[in-house]
Design a binder for this molecule. Sequence first.
Ligand SMILES: [Zn+2]
Length: 547
Amino acid sequence: MTQADLLVVGAPVYTADPARPWADAVAVRAGRVAAVGPEREVAALRGPATRVLRLDGGLVLPGFQDAHVHTAAGGLELAQCDLHGVDPEEYAAAVARYAAGRPDIPFILGGGWVMDAFGVDGPHLATLDAVVADRPVLLASTDGHSAWVNSRALEVAGITRATPDPPRGRVERDAAGEPTGALHEAAMALVADLAPRPDQADWEAAIERGQAHLHRLGITAWQDAAVDADMLAAYRAVAERGRLTGRAVAALRWQVEAGEAQLADLAERRRTAGVGRLRASAVKIFADGVFENRTAAMLAPYLGGDGRPGTNLGIGMLGPEELARAVTALDGQGFDVHVHAIGDRAVRDTLDAFGAAAAANGRRDARHQIAHLQFVHPDDRPRFRRLGVVANAQPFWSCLDGYMRELTLPFLEPERAGWQYPWASLRRAGAVLAFGSDWTVSTANPLAEIEVAVRRVAPDDRDAEPFLPDERLDLPAALDAFTIGSAYALRLEAQTGSVSPGKLADLAVLDRDPFDPAAGPIGDARVLATLVEGVPVHADPTLDLGG
Ligand SMILES: [Zn+2]
């Protein structure tokens, strides 16, 4: 028998393969899993040149696949004024420090502030004016749907009390109608379009920076959930240089204004993007905004501050007919359509659109998916299986955090509040569940996200009550969603997503076995090594990789 290049022994293996969920050793040959099973049998493939990764406990599992992440944009943000994880009290000081360290840049860009630090009116420009008055400042919220700007930014953009809200956007104003420094959705572009754009070299560096961040967290494949032409060109350049060590599916961004005229261009981008581990097989459409700034498209109006229904139903980015037309056209071209939908109306309109596409084009082996799924009307849950639509879930959000307590629950009647993030219900209804982080909206750490999926409690607030505990998943279901489930969403399940003979040896190694009750919460586990085709792309310095 031909000898293996690498043996991984000394820790249980969770394979995510229902035919053999558990093993205790893996052999790798030519980048693929040559054998998985009992150590004695797998070790028979050891030859003189075989390296042995001998673990001292822990857990081996398939590399995580992040089904919805902003790797390129996140990598860019890592080099900007980064407020992720900064105490809101310290935001101004952090911006001041960043600006002082870069006197030469004409525009301060960054992001990562949390909406619940400010309440529903959002942050105020005065805070930024006090630390940066000479240059425009534009800081995206951590969800990317709002921006915090200073007075200089409003000035250069010519935004005054006389400026109308742009289509699909809103300028936050005080009682007198004066802009207060928060711009939502399409209104962000009024300032952002004036900032210097990253060039190709910036994007290439950002992709490699973002990729390294994901590899450190055990991630071997991802779907970049909104890729513009310049980002795709950078992805292609990184792949051509052989530097794309992870598998990347680029979801090409659908431009609402361009309509079906952009189809030929998207198909051409897909054709030229099949380089190395890069594919551009998906197209991303935004069906609505987010609940916290009241732009999620809802079936019933948001409640006002007085607890009574108002008239606002949110913002559908496309009308239902236009959405159905776009989805049908993309489906007809063989694209996997990836739709952002938060509100129950956006989810329903999107399911209707997938139904219309199937009726017009016939059913095919599509990997259409709806991401986020904050509100799913119970009547719509069984439609995911019937229509073959993947539930692309961000489990980290399904807990009673500040966004939920302060910006969501007060604006909902209890019945709809109970329809949120229904991961277990969707699974029971037969939906394929794929997990993603939406980094930099939230942490990219799959282990922290899985902890929320299984407990519905935030890892930094572990004594809190679980949020809708009936929607908790068990640990195997959560791991499957982050491995084989996401692989299916990415069209990679025949080659990856489980530790199975013949599949590519994309693996993650944890420092503990989260199935062991003594191991503590899974969010405390660390990734010791990440392997792509048997080659380490991340390794803890303490680990002996067997030379
Ligand atoms: Zn996203």
